[in-house]
Design a protein around this ligand. Structure first.
Ligand code: PLP
Length: 386
C-alpha cells in the first residue's frame, strides 16, 4: 500500500499490532464455541468472561453491567429500543447533532410506537443547553410523561463535549432514563461510567485501534433491559448469536492499551491538533474552526474560505495521499451535507472538513497536510493578469 497520511481517525483507526497479536490465538487455537461444554469451548467462555471483567474494571463498573455487541450502532439501537419498549419512555429528548445511529433509531421508534421526540437547544459550537434540557424535562414530568434523554458524550464531526455528570444529575431529578453515545470518548478519556449518571452507554472498538464490528453496551445496575437480537442465550440472554470471541478479545486489549497510555496519547494528539489549528490560522484569516480548545482532542473541524468546495478539497487531498472527511452544510451533488454543521446555523460559505488524529499521527503528517492545503487554496485563488 502506498504511504498515506491518515487524518480520519474519528471515522476509524488502524488496528494496533498488539491488539492483533492478542486476537490471533482466538482465530486459530482457541476456536471452540463458548457455548460448548468441552474444554476448548470452556476456554473461549473463560476468555470472554475475563475480557468482560477487564472492560468493567477499566470503566469503573461491574462485569454484569457490560454486554458485548457488534459496535456503537447496535448498542445505541438496543438502548433506545429498550427505553421505549421496556422502560415506558414515551418522549425522547435528544440533540440535532447526534450520530445517525441515534437520530434514525429515534425516528424509527417514533414512527412505530406512540411516542414523541424533541431536540434540546444547542449553541453555534454544538454545546447542549442544559437549562433547556431541564425545562423540557420539568414540563414532561409535570404531565406525567416518562422521558429518555439521549445525548452523545462527544460529537464525531466537531468534537463538542457534553458535561455528562451535569446532564446525568438533571435526568435523575426528573427520573428520566439517560443514554449516552460514548463512541468517540470511551478509549480516549478515563471515564467512570458508574459515576457518570448514565443508564446506558455505547462504545465501539474500531475508534481506539481495536477491530471493527466490536463494541459494548453498558447498562446501569438495576436497569431492566430487553434484547434487540433474539435467538440463543448468549450474553445472559440479552444478545443472541455466537460470540465474536476474537473481536471481544481485540476490543478489550485495545481498551486496555488505550487506558494504559491515555495521558501520553492525549498530550501527543492535543499538541498535533493545536499545531494544525495554528498552521491553518496562519495560512488564511478566512479559515475558521467548529472545534474549540475545549472540544474532543482527536477532532479538528475546519471551515475553509468562501467559494471552496468540500468534495474538491477532499479529492485533491486524496490525490496527495491525505485522508480526511467532509462535514459541510451545503449540498453538493446528491449528498445531503452534514446535519451537524447545518444544526450549528453558521451559514458557512465554503467547505468544512474534519481532520481527526490518533496516537499514530506525527508532526510531519500535520505539516505535510497543511502544506498541501496551502497549495490547494493558492491554486483556487483567481489569477490577476498583469
Ligand atoms: N456513534 C458515533 C458518535 C460514531 O462516531 C459512530 C461511528 O462512526 C457510531 C456511533 C457508530 O459506531 P459503529 O461504527 O461501531 O457502529
Amino acid at each position: 500500500m502506498n504511504s498515506i497520511i491518515y487524518l480520519d481517525n474519528a471515522a476509524t483507526t488502524s488496528i494496533d499490532p498488539q491488539v492483533l497479536e492478542a486476537m490471533m490465538p482466538y482465530m486459530s487455537d482457541y476456536y471452540g464455541n463458548p457455548s460448548s461444554g468441552y474444554s476448548i469451548g470452556r476456554e473461549s467462555r473463560l476468555a470472554i468472561e475475563m475480557a468482560r471483567k477487564k472492560v468493567a474494571d477499566l470503566l469503573g463498573v461491574k462485569p454484569t453491567n457490560i454486554y458485548f455487541t457488534s459496535g456503537g450502532t447496535e448498542s445505541n439501537n438496543t438502548a433506545i429500543a429498550t427505553a421505549v419498549t421496556e422502560l415506558g419512555c414515551s418522549h425522547i429528548i435528544s440533540s440535532p447533532i447526534e450520530h445517525h445511529a441515534v437520530l434514525h433509531t429515534i425516528d424509527h421508534y417514533a414512527s412505530q410506537f406512540n411516542i414523541t421526540s424533541s431536540f434540546v437547544k444547542i449553541n453555534s459550537a454544538g454545546a447542549v443547553d442544559l437549562l433547556d434540557l431541564e425545562e423540557q424535562l420539568a414540563k414532561k414530568s409535570e404531565m406525567g410523561i416518562k422521558c429518555l434523554v439521549s445525548l452523545m458524550h462527544a460529537n464525531n464531526e466537531i468534537g463538542s463535549l457534553l458535561d455528562m455528570d451535569e446532564a446525568g444529575q438533571i435526568c435523575s431529578r426528573y427520573q428520566a432514563i439517560f443514554h449516552s453515545d460514548c463512541v468517540q470518548t470511551i478509549g480516549h478519556y478515563a471515564i467512570n461510567l458508574a459515576s457518570a449518571g448514565v443508564h446506558f452507554a455505547a462504545a465501539s472498538g474500531h475508534k481506539f485501534h481495536g477491530p471493527k464490528g466490536t463494541g459494548i453496551l453498558y447498562v446501569r445496575e438495576g436497569t431492566s433491559f430487553v434484547p434487540l437480537i433474539h435467538g440463543g442465550s448468549q450474553e445472559r440472554k440479552k444478545r443472541a448469536g455466537t460470540e465474536n470471541v476474537h473481536g471481544i478479545i481485540g476490543f478489550t486489549r485495545a481498551l486496555e492499551l488505550a487506558m494504559e497510555n491515555q495521558v501520553n496519547d492525549q498530550n501527543h494528539i492535543q499538541a498535533l491538533n493545536e499545531r494544525m489549528r495554528n498552521q491553518l490560522s496562519a495560512l488564511s484569516p478566512q479559515i475558521s474552526f467548529n472545534s474549540t480548545a475545549q472540544s474532543l482532542y482527536t477532532v479538528l473541524s475546519v471551515n475553509f474560505p468562501e467559494g471552496s468546495n468540500t468534495d474538491l478539497i477532499l479529492a485533491l487531498l486524496d490525490h496527495e495521499g491525505i485522508c480526511a472527511s467532509g462535514g459541510s452544510a451545503c449540498t453538493s451533488g446528491e449528498e445531503a451535507g452534514s446535519h451537524v454543521i447545518a444544526a450549528l446555523k453558521k451559514n458557512l460559505p465554503g467547505a468544512t472538513i474534519r481532520f481527526s488524529f490518533s496516537k499514530k499521527t506525527s508532526e510531519k503528517d500535520i505539516d505535510t497536510a497543511v502544506r498541501a492545503i496551502g497549495n490547494i487554496l493558492e491554486s483556487a485563488k483567481p489569477r490577476v493578469s498583469a
